[in-house]
Design a protein around this ligand. Structure first.
Ligand SMILES: Nc1nc2c(ncn2[C@@H]2O[C@H](COP(=O)(O)OP(=O)(O)OP(=O)(O)O)[C@@H](O)[C@H]2O)c(=O)[nH]1
Ligand SMILES: [Mg+2]
Length: 398
């Protein structure tokens, strides 16, 4: 109960500050630049592909991510570990997938897509498999290759899948996960990546399709590499990514912060970071921090609040190397995790003030997104109702 007035006060405070907020700190004008939203423009080809997809079960427009690859390559394990918090060891007991499994991942309005987990051996020549319909609404195709196995057959399959998909929808992002690399030495990893990269691209070049771009990632469910790879796949599907990166850049440079990530708390996918390079250890520390915060909240949090993560969630962890990890809630599903040097953290007031501006900007980005979606829905409804026969009756009696 005590939370309600606090929230109210905060809102009031925000309203008062609205006028005073110094836009230049976080560059609010940058994200209002219509250029930033061109990717999400209804006229853009990629979006059109998604919008035109007539799926009888889907009411919303969601980019689709397909998980494909040979049997036992690890597709279902990836989905379970990233989105269901399954422990990697438990995946040993997963049964082979025998039909396409579709799942909605809608835990934030930024991460709002469907994942389709395919059985290992899909037959493109099977008439019941309508691959044109499937590829038309696809944002990303993840092809999983088992690096611990002989991958020649997988490469042939990759080639077949990619060329088919490209013919139907050239806007698909093709992502190749060279998976199960936990069993390989560092040298072996690099060598495998180079070999797979070379062979896959040679096959495409032989078919005269060198314009198809494949991205390669070394992944394993036994470390953070799978989360990092998935983060990159998802980021490519977020039209607001340049805006978010820009906001993060302005935020860190004005606050003396070393590195900042915007995390989806549930999946631990980072949906954006500033433009300084990402170092795997930094990312792992951030993931661990989210786990600690959620676990402590689950065990010792207020029972009446119901969720382990809310608008008061925040944490400070001082490391033994003069670095401070600072986590703060941004939206219901997103958290900002920053790396700050101890001496910069002395100016916590400044960081908090800039964070307040940053948070407000992120919320405005969300609002724009919601408005765009609403107006699209409205226009498509109007277009449908206008499709009437010459005698005035609707074309579709449904
Ligand atoms: N060592 C290792 N094993 C993995 C990894 N990912 C998955 N596996 C194992 O690979 C086996 C097959 O995993 P699945 O997820 O069922 O494979 P799948 O691609 O969904 O297989 P189908 O549904 O038959 O197409 C399981 O025993 C997993 O434990 C990984 O990163 N490293
Ligand atoms: Mg499976």
């Amino acid at each position: 109960m005590s939370k309600v007035p606090v929230k109210y006060e905060e809102e009031e405070e925000e309203e008062q500050e609205e006028e005073e907020d110094d836009d230049e700190i976080i560059g609010i004008t940058d994200y209002e630049d219509s250029q930033t939203f061109t990717d999400g423009d209804p006229d853009s080809e990629a979006e059109e592909g998604v919008l035109n997809f007539s799926d009888p079960f889907s009411t919303e427009v969601k980019p689709r991510i397909l998980l494909m690859g040979l049997r036992r390559s690890g597709k279902s394990s990836i989905q379970k570990v990233v989105f269901h918090k399954m422990s990697p060891n438990e995946t040993l007991f997963l049964e082979s997938t025998n039909k396409i499994c579709r799942e909605d991942v809608s835990n934030s309005s930024f991460i709002n897509f469907q994942i389709w987990d395919f059985p290992g051996q899909i037959d493109f020549f099977d008439p019941t498999f309508d691959y044109e319909m499937i590829f038309r609404g696809t944002g990303a195709l993840i092809f999983v290759i088992d690096a611990q196995d002989d991958y020649m057959e997988a490469l042939a399959r990759l080639h077949l899948t990619v060329t088919r998909a490209y013919k139907v929808n050239p806007d698909i992002n093709f992502e190749v996960f060279i998976h199960k690399v936990d069993g390989l030495s560092d040298d072996h990893k690099i060598e495998t990546q180079r070999d797979v990269h070379q062979r896959a691209n040679d096959d495409l070049a032989d078919a005269g399709l060198e314009k198809i771009h494949l991205s390669f990632y070394l992944t394993s469910i036994y470390d953070h590499s799978i989360f990092e790879a998935f983060s990159k796949v998802v980021q490519k599907l977020i039209p607001q990514l340049p805006t978010l990166e820009n906001l993060l850049n302005i935020f860190i440079s004005n606050s003396g912060i070393e590195k900042a990530f915007l995390f989806d708390v549930v999946s631990k996918i980072y949906i954006a970071t500033d433009s300084t390079p990402v170092d795997m250890q930094t990312y792992e520390l951030c993931c661990d921090m989210i786990d600690v915060v959620i676990d402590i909240s689950c065990i010792y949090g207020l029972p009446q609040s119901g969720t382990p993560y809310d608008n008061e969630s925040m944490a400070i962890i001082k490391l033994n190397n003069t670095t401070v990890l600072y986590l703060k809630e941004v939206t219901k599903f997103l958290a900002l995790v920053c790396f700050v040097r101890e001496e910069s953290f002395e100016r916590k007031g400044l960081i908090d003030y800039n964070f307040h501006c940053f948070r407000k900007a992120i919320h405005e980005v969300f609002e724009v997104r919601v408005k765009v979606l609403k107006s699209r829905k409205f226009h498509s409804q109007r277009r449908r109702s206008k499709k009437a026969t010459p005698n005035g009756t609707p074309q579709d009696p449904m």
